[in-house]
Design a protein around this ligand. Sequence first.
Ligand SMILES: Cc1cc2nc3c(=O)[nH]c(=O)nc-3n(C[C@H](O)[C@H](O)[C@H](O)COP(=O)(O)OP(=O)(O)OC[C@H]3O[C@@H](n4cnc5c(N)ncnc54)[C@H](O)[C@@H]3O)c2cc1C
Length: 216
Amino acid sequence: MYLVKLLAKKEVAEKTTAFFFEKPKGFKFVPGQFIEIYLAKTLTHEFSIASSPKEKELMIATRMRPSAFKKSLNKLKIGNQAKIGGPFGQFVLHKNKKIPAVFLAGGIGITPFRSMIKDHLNRKITLFYSNRREKDATFLEELKTLQNRNFKLTPLMTKKNGKHIDQKMIKDNVNGWQKTIYYAVGSTGFVQSMVNMLSEMKMKPEQIKTENFSGY
Ligand SMILES: Cc1cc2nc3c(=O)[nH]c(=O)nc-3n(C[C@H](O)[C@H](O)[C@H](O)COP(=O)(O)OP(=O)(O)OC[C@H]3O[C@@H](n4cnc5c(N)ncnc54)[C@H](O)[C@@H]3O)c2cc1C
């Protein structure tokens, strides 16, 4: 457990705030892992680390709702301390760099992917990033600037045209989609629909990794 100072807050999409905490000395994590923030005995939530290990601060981003936890998080002032635990979790990129990755992000499920992408700009990664509207799409502008010959981004705004991530989109956009490892993050409903789609595409369970943001 660490006591860390809140260094900054920034609105990163509509009703979505990034919180930058100081990184404790010796705190090492792998992109994709999460921390726990303890604000009080019954006020504990998990958050994927959205910053990369090379960045100075620990950043998390969350949809600001009027829940007890979020209200209390939002009351933290710059310079106030919070208790955090971690890093936790096994949701990390596979080791074999020759095998490409497909990232399937639903809304705020983008957070662990931002960390992975910033840390691995030399890896073959295709990100399908689904939001209702542009203004909900956290880190979208930054992600656009990171595109290169390895990292490809397909944003979808479902409210605009009703288009969701589907099999055809993946087959059309991902070379070697049959031999790819898939990572899906978002609400329980989003993750379940991605797993169903991948199963219909005959992907093996070991090709599918998920992180479920329960609570949405
Ligand atoms: C590994 C992991 C990583 C995560 N990373 C992120 C992240 O990067 N960003 C992010 O925003 N979130 C992340 N989450 C989700 C996060 O931890 C919260 O669950 C989420 O933000 C919702 O919190 P809340 O305070 O808005 O809602 P909460 O108050 O916690 O409510 C959660 C849900 O439970 C329901 N609920 C609450 N109280 C009750 C009750 N008394 N009876 C019945 N239902 C109730 C609410 O309606 C809601 O649907 C992550 C979760 C996990 C497990």
